[in-house]
Design a protein around this ligand. Structure first.
Ligand code: SAH
Length: 349
């Protein structure tokens, strides 16, 4: 059956027209789903019983069940969702002074193979549909009785490897008649799929683009991120410049600092050279520990030195707060799970 959450408002209107229904009915349904966040068609009380029946027969509402919820010492929450096909994915909720920010997954597993990231450790299963991406937001809002104000595509998966569904999810999230989160409060993070960066620049969505850079030479970057063999630093930075030119939006470069790997003065000097004059910001991430991971976090002293060097040389840099690391909810610690595995870990508890 089709997932009704997969449709943006325009597409839903087309669906309704094809069913012989008036487009304004689609708008009513869209509001019930994404604004009122109902969990059944029966709650759509301004629709006739016949229409509710017709919808039930043709569509599912794709309601995610929380298999597990963990709360970190800093208040960050991690949810394990049953995605209804034997797999489970993770989503993280963070509270900031400006509101709630959710980190959503875009794929079940990841193909990119970054050496420092747990999301890629087990096999890729499939893309999430737009409705499945959006349901992570709706499910957390229902569970916590809150309104989320920021969405980051930094969970499991490479968003630009699931381009169409991610862009459609953004259109749904962004719609004022539904979840109504401004595009400027939505960030996509990519490991650097260059052709898709060019494509995104043409979409006319004002979301923030984050680039996982992590290294300043092709040799080092390729050793950490296999995607660099397909699209190297020069190609990546050229695409970033094009993105900035076309959108006038500042790009955020993510740089995870690992001891004796990419955190010395020469790295900082090369980074300044690479980014000089670009409308950008550098987000330094103390690298998080993962199972069997080869990298160790840089010392606090080195992280601060690295940041100060960038700032003193005209590159705005900040250190990302480490949220949720005690429950494996921090950057790079999320993983796809299968239900079998979940049951095993439940029994163990
Ligand atoms: N696939 C996307 C988004 C997912 S991760 C991407 O690669 O950008 C969000 C950020 O966390 C990325 O910058 C990613 O490189 C970073 N990250 C992954 N593993 C990490 C780790 N162990 N420690 C710190 N950051 C990590």
């Amino acid at each position: 059956m089709k997932n009704i959450k997969d449709y943006n408002l325009e597409e839903l209107k087309q669906e309704f027209i094809a069913m012989g229904e008036k487009p304004f009915r689609a708008e009513q349904v869209f509001k019930w789903i994404f604004e009122a966040n109902v969990t059944s068609f029966d709650e759509m009380t301004n629709l006739s019983l016949e229409l509710r029946e017709k919808l039930k027969q043709n569509y599912t509402l794709c309601i995610y069940k929380i298999l597990k919820k963990q709360v970190a010492s800093d208040g960050t929450k991690k949810y394990l969702f049953d995605v209804l096909d034997g797999n489970a994915i993770e989503t993280v909720l963070m509270e900031y002074h400006h509101g709630y920010s959710i980190c959503v997954s875009s794929q079940i597993g990841c193909k990119m193979g970054c050496k420092f990231c747990a999301s890629t450790g087990i096999q890729f299963a499939r893309n999430l549909s737009s409705g499945e991406i959006v349901e992570q937001i709706l499910a957390v809002e229902r569970e916590e009785n809150i309104k989320i104000s920021n969405v980051v595509f930094m969970g499991i998966g490479e968003p630009l490897d699931n381009y169409d569904n991610v862009v459609n999810a953004i259109r749904i999230i962004n719609n004022q008649k539904g979840i109504n989160i401004g595009a400027r409060h939505i960030s996509i993070s990519t490991s650097g799929i260059v052709p898709k960066i060019y494509k995104l620049a043409e979409e006319n969505i004002q979301c923030t683009l984050s680039i996982s850079l992590h290294a300043t030479t092709n040799e080092k970057r390729s050793s950490m991120m296999p995607v660099n063999d397909a699209y190297n630093l020069e190609e990546l930075l050229k695409a970033c410049k094009d993105y900035i030119e076309k959108t006038n939006r500042r790009i955020s470069f993510e740089y995870a600092l690992a001891k004796d790997n990419n955190d010395n003065l020469e790295d900082a000097q090369r980074l300044v050279k690479l980014l000089k004059g670009m409308l950008c910001h550098v987000n330094l991430i103390p690298i998080n520990k993962i199972e069997n991971g080869a990298y160790v976090k840089s010392s606090n002293e080195n992280i601060i030195k690295f940041r100060d060097y960038l700032n003193e040389h005209g590159i705005v840099a900040t250190i990302r707060r480490e949220l949720g690391s005690d429950i494996d909810a921090a950057c790079g610690q999320l993983r796809r799970k299968n239900l079998q595995e979940t049951k095993i870990s439940k029994n163990k508890v």
